[in-house]
Design a protein around this ligand. Structure first.
Ligand SMILES: [Zn+2]
Length: 294
């Protein structure tokens, strides 16, 4: 991938490829239809109006290209570290989503962010602020799925529409069971079933404090209190995908040299999660602070 899809305007899928407004055409007042730029599965791109025009391609990269070192590094989310042990051979790096998967995640997030009513209903059920839900959707962390021919249900028991938690390489669909419980299914059919910390990308170079909760709703609750929502506080909020999740080497690398505060549930699973997390962090000489969710 040479282009940063997040920087593109009017990104959508058409005929098996991604199209968007060409930024180089746009700056000279053309491509009003917003469909000149095509991005292919292998990351290559082409402008329909300036085919094989090197200067034009160069200008596109200047405007929306990924930084050079990012292109060379297939795993840009994690700064290479020489003092850390290399990932164990059995640990596969977090895959980078294909343009098609990126487009799907954007659609899920947009569907939620655009619905004032849906944001309000989800927030009201948990006594959160509507804005917390909408901001999470705009951060590409929460989405709303409408299943159909374009997006297959992960399971027959899944309803036609459902809330989803958006992960760096996964989509976790959450829906009620026939009783009072809840079901989770990862979108395996779309190849989006890789578990990681939820909101891992919220941890930036500036982050000093990382709050980790046992599940996404608790993380949303912290965000509702304003934690991690203001960049100037240098805090980030993440969640374990499940209480039994074991942090990967890559994630540990990302957490290095930061203050880690864990907010477990006050139960046996929470205690086990605390012990597991503390042990993982010990391997990189980090101490865990515990602040149980009330
Ligand atoms: Zn163009």
């Amino acid at each position: 991938m040479k282009i940063d899809l997040q920087k593109l305007d009017r990104l959508r899928e058409r005929g098996g490829k991604l199209i968007a407004r060409c930024p180089a055409c746009h700056e000279i007042g053309s491509d009003t239809a917003g469909d000149n730029l095509a991005i292919f599965d292998n990351g290559n791109f082409a402008c329909a109006a300036y085919q094989q025009d090197r200067e034009h391609s160069k200008r596109i990269l200047e405007l929306v290209g990924l930084p050079q070192q990012r292109q060379a590094d297939c795993q840009p989310s994690f700064a290479p570290s020489h003092s850390l042990p290399r990932p164990k051979p059995q640990e596969t790096p977090l895959p980078r989503p294909t343009p098609r998967q990126v487009s799907m995640v954007h659609t899920l997030a947009r569907t939620l962010a655009d619905s004032v009513q849906r944001c309000h209903e989800l927030a009201a059920a948990r006594q959160w602020k509507d804005l917390t839900v909408r901001n999470a959707a705009l951060d590409l962390c929460l989405g709303w799925a409408r299943f159909g021919p374009a997006l297959k249900k992960p399971d027959v028991v899944c309803p036609d529409e459902a809330l989803c938690f958006l992960y760096p390489a996964g989509v976790k669909v959450r829906f009620p069971t026939s009783g009072s419980g809840k079901n989770f299914r990862w979108l395996k059919g779309e190849g989006m079933n890789v578990q990681s910390l939820w909101r891992l990308d919220a941890i930036t170079d500036e982050t000093a404090i990382v709050w980790i909760t046992e599940g996404e709703p608790d993380a949303l609750r912290l965000m509702d209190l304003g934690i991690g929502e203001d960049r100037s506080t240098h805090e980030a909020v993440c969640a374990l995908p499940s209480a039994s999740y074991q942090l990967s080497m890559q994630e540990l690398d990302r957490l290095r040299c930061r203050q880690i505060i864990f907010c477990p549930d006050n139960d046996a699973a929470g205690q086990q999660a605390t012990a597991r997390l503390a042990k993982s962090l010990q391997s990189i000489s980090l101490q865990l602070q515990i602040r149980p969710i009330q």
